[in-house]
Design a protein around this ligand. Structure first.
Ligand code: ADP
Length: 256
């Protein structure tokens, strides 16, 4: 008989767990998670990505992974892999256009399974793409896994920053170290004339990071290639490795 796996504490074979959170949805948390995962793999790290955004899993699409993970023994789930990243997502188990309508306990069960029943193998880092906000998933993760640190993604817009502050507060209350903040969609460079427009403002995330004494990890511009490559399942770090956006992600990944 196999000994029961522990339900909390470190995950066997996984050195570090980095959670990527945001207060608001739509600020690019999943895009940043996918690109950082691919960037870390490009830096030679063994990388896993757990898509914990159970109500809106976008990682299968962003990493260009489809198909169902198999489970030869009916217990251990074998994750799928692309762009050097090992992925597990609820999105691999449910049809893309069907809703996951779960109450807390179901959700926590699913998260536990994705953490502990997946054959992650040896990983230097497991990136966890959290759902937006400060709810059940975030709480379960902080209680059931030893999260090494959290990265908070925000746009520079006041309304996004306000919610990002709540996410920062949550990490503080759950005893999770904030390893840094990233400002996404920080400027838009016109592809025709090169003029910079600060559509959502600029500099707010850096100021907030300074206020709480957390490192500011960098800015990612609002850029058509970031969106197109994400939609196409080849994150910009892999699609256009020499582009300024890809190099930004690589630079941030080296700080993690
Ligand atoms: P979240 O995970 O915070 O909900 P997503 O990563 O799904 O956000 O991003 C929301 C939308 O914005 C997606 O269509 C994505 O392609 C796009 N997007 C995210 N970051 C950028 C960026 N820097 N430039 C252009 N589009 C972006």
């Amino acid at each position: 008989r196999q000994a029961a796996k522990p339900q909390s504490g470190p995950i066997e074979g996984v050195d570090r767990i980095l959670a990527i959170g945001s207060g608001k949805g739509g600020v690019g948390k999943s895009t940043v998670s996918a690109n950082l995962a691919v960037a870390l793999a490009a830096e030679g790290r063994r990388v896993g990505l757990l898509d914990a955004d159970v109500y809106g899993p976008s990682q299968p699409r962003m990493l260009g992974i489809s198909g169902r993970p198999s489970s030869p023994d009916g217990q251990t789930i074998l994750p799928l892999r692309n762009h050097g990243v090992t992925l597990m997502s609820i999105g691999l188990l449910t049809p893309e256009d069907k809703a996951t309508i779960w109450r807390g306990p179901m959700l926590m069960g699913a998260l536990q399974q994705m953490l502990r029943q997946v054959a992650w193998g040896r990983l230097d880092v497991l990136i966890v793409d959290l759902p937006p906000g400060t709810g059940d998933v975030q709480l379960t993760l902080s209680q059931k896994a030893e999260v090494t640190g959290a990265v908070v993604v925000s746009t520079p817009q006041d309304i996004a920053l306000l919610d990002a502050k709540k996410a920062l507060d949550m990490f503080e209350k759950t005893g999770t170290k904030v390893v840094g903040m990233i400002e996404n969609m920080s400027t838009f460079v016109c592809p025709c004339c090169g003029e910079e427009t600060q559509i959502f403002g600029h500099g707010g995330a850096k100021a907030e990071a300074e206020r709480i004494g957390a490192p500011f990890l960098g800015e990612i511009p609002l850029d058509i290639d970031v969106r197109l490559s994400g939609d196409a399942g080849v994150p910009v770090v892999a699609a256009k490795p020499q582009s300024p956006q890809a190099l930004r992600f690589r630079e941030i990944a080296r700080k993690l």
